[in-house]
Structures are given as C-alpha cells and as structure tokens.
Design a protein around this ligand. Structure first.
Ligand SMILES: *Cc1c(COP(=O)(O)O)cnc(C)c1O
Length: 356
C-alpha cells in the first residue's frame, strides 16, 4: 500500500457532470462531446471519460494515440486530434479510435491503409493543423468516409470578426464531403450563438470549471481543488523574512503555516505573495515566494491550525488565473503527478450532488 500523499486534488464528479449537461443544453440540437486530451486537462482522462459517458457523452477527443490507448479499455468513441503519423498506423488501424486527418499526406496514408471512417480537420484561419478549404473544394477528401468534418476557432473567447469568417468557411463546405457531421465550437464557441453549434460541440475547459467567456459565469462549477497538508507551524518575528529571496518581511510577529505544495505541483510562482488559501472558513494569504515543494501562508486568523491539518488552495479558475497571471488552461493542465486525485462521488453515481 502507498503512503497517502501530503497533497491531494479534490475532484467534484457531480460538478463535472453538471457542467457537461449545461454545455449540452447550450449546444441545442448539436451533440456535446468532451475534450479529454492532456489527461483530462490534468484531472485524469479515464475518470473524466467514465463519468461523462455515464451521463450520455458519446464523443471524446484526445491529442495523441498514446492517450487513445489509455482510454481504449472504456470502449468509447474517441477521436485523435493530431492525426496519424507513419508510426501511429499500427495502432490506428486497430480501430480503437478515429484519426482526425490534418494534411493531404495523412489523407493519402489513411486511404492506402483501407480508409476506415475518420474525421478531418479543415483549417479556417487558425493556421495550426488542418487541410485547406481550397484543398477540400478541389476534391482532396473525395472518396473518404468521414464521420466529422471539423474546424477550430482561434478567438472564440473574444468578440472578433474572425469568428464569423471561420464559421462561414466551414459552413461553405457543407455537402462538399461525405461527412455525416460538421463541428466547430470549443467551450467558448458554444456561447457565440446557434449558428456556431453545427452538429457537434467539443468543449474542454468549461467542463473542468473554466470560464472562457462571461456568458458562462454562474453556470459553470469548480471541479478541481488542490489541498495540502500543514507540515509545520511557526512564529516569525517582526523584521524576519520568509522564503527564497526574502521578498516577504514580517511587519510584526506573525504566525505562519508551511504547506506541502509548490510549483512542481502546478502551484506556480505566479501565486507568490498573491495566492490565497483557506481552512475552516478562515483566509490564509500566501506569504513570500512559492518554492518547488512548499509554500508559506499567514495563519494569524486560525490559531488552531496545526501540523497535519489540511488547507484548501483557492483555485476557482477565473480568479486564480487573474491572481497568478496564468491561463485557466495552464492552471488545470499543470496540476502535478504528486497530488492524490480524490473523486467525491463514484463513477456509477455521477448525479449525487454534494453540498456546494
Ligand atoms: C482542445 C480542443 C478543444 C477544446 O477546447 P476548449 O477551449 O478547452 O473548450 C476543442 N477542439 C480542439 C480541436 C481542441 O484542440
């Protein structure tokens, strides 16, 4: 048996499912999938996909074939966003997932291998992955059996004229290929309006508590909350400093708790002197610089806080992003391997709502 870690990630499965249902309702008649790449944005792809599949999700997106292999035991419909390299072909042709073909070379590679049903990414302005609109119009995809023809928005989290341009480019390909479905919207794109929904939406961030646009405020619940144990409580005398580079100097005698979490766990240095935590309803401000494995918080507000107690780091994503200067995506996907992931409900009872 493994010793329990002194830091953990509390995961609210009911909130995850609630977020998916909210996004599915906002998706209208379009199916609502789930981006579970980067190990479910740092929460654990298998645990996330199991819960969302139980709630009715039928379209899962990963980046690589290694990620698809990790999900394969669940037997769910998975699409691999990064397509197929030559070295991916042995696993890709086993049928554990559909590739999202991204280039003419990948289309040729897939057709030569028999051309099983696939997805295709068309580039409408992101200039990242995807075949060109002109290539599709010229017949590149003719004869290919396509499940979903998709594109990806560059600026869905902003009011940008680019959104409508990208939407029109994808819409212009309707009926030009064998694709059964068109798909454009990520989380933010779902809020852009009905004409952005097409047949399938692909949220990631908002499933996990991210709020990419104001429309989602109040509708999306926090899912992931880091907690760390107090390793030591100490008194710091007036004029003494705390941590690397001594950036915090105690203005008076203060009480400090040292927590077992640091930037190696995804509690980034951006939280230095700015982050906050709490225990038993009392606020505990981060003092000084975040270390690799430790952080100091002021404990004057909670005289009873002692070695072994658990402290909750404030990690509501919009606030934590503003506070740390990191994106909500980085905050989630950077959560480290040393955190014990603790789901509050079992996958078979995703509807059990705990107190919020
Ligand atoms: C990551 C990704 C998504 C999900 O985006 P969010 O902004 O996290 O909702 C959707 N589609 C593609 C192609 C992606 O790469």
């Amino acid at each position: 048996m493994m010793t329990a870690a002194p830091l953990r990630l509390r995961l609210d499965g009911a909130a995850l499912v609630r977020n998916w249902r909210t996004l599915a309702a906002m998706s209208g008649a379009a199916a609502c999938g789930a981006a579970v790449k980067a190990d479910g944005y740092g929460l654990g792809a298998t645990a996330v996909a199991t819960r969302l599949a139980a709630a009715g999700c039928r379209d899962f997106f990963v980046a690589t074939w290694a990620e698809a292999e990790q999900l394969a035991p669940l037997g769910l419909p998975v699409s691999v966003l990064h397509g197929v390299r030559p070295e991916d072909m042995p696993v890709a042709t086993t049928g554990i997932a559909r590739p999202v073909l991204n280039s003419a070379a990948q289309v040729a590679r897939w057709q030569q291998a028999g051309g099983a049903p696939c997805d295709v990414m068309v580039d409408t302005g992101m200039n990242r992955l995807g075949v060109a609109v002109e290539e599709v119009e010229a017949g590149l995809l003719d004869g290919l059996v396509i499940e979903t023809l998709m594109s990806h928005l560059a600026s869905a989290d902003e009011e940008s004229p680019m959104n409508a341009v990208q939407r029109a480019r994808l819409a212009g390909l309707e009926g030009r290929t064998s694709a059964r479905r068109l798909s454009l919207a990520n989380s933010a794109g779902i809020a852009l309006g009905a004409e952005y929904l097409f047949d399938l939406t692909r949220p990631g961030l908002a499933l996990y508590g991210g709020v990419p646009r104001g429309e989602f405020a109040g509708l999306i619940s926090q899912v992931a909350t880091p907690e760390a144990q107090v390793l030591q409580r100490r008194r710091v005398r007036a004029g003494e400093t705390i941590g690397y580079n001594a950036i915090y100097r105690a203005p008076a005698d203060i009480e400090v708790a040292i927590l077992n979490i640091g930037y190696a766990d995804g509690y980034w240095r951006g939280f230095s002197a700015r982050g906050t935590a709490h225990a038993a309803g009392h606020p505990l401000p981060v003092l000084g610089r975040v270390s690799m494995d430790l952080v100091a918080v002021g404990a004057d507000s909670l005289p009873s806080l002692a070695e072994g107690d658990w402290v909750t780091l404030d990690y509501a994503l919009p606030r934590a992003a503003a506070c740390s200067g990191l994106s909500q995506y980085e905050l989630l996907t950077g959560l480290g391997a040393r955190l014990d992931r603790r789901w509050m409900s079992s996958p078979s009872e995703p509807d059990v709502d705990g107190p919020d």
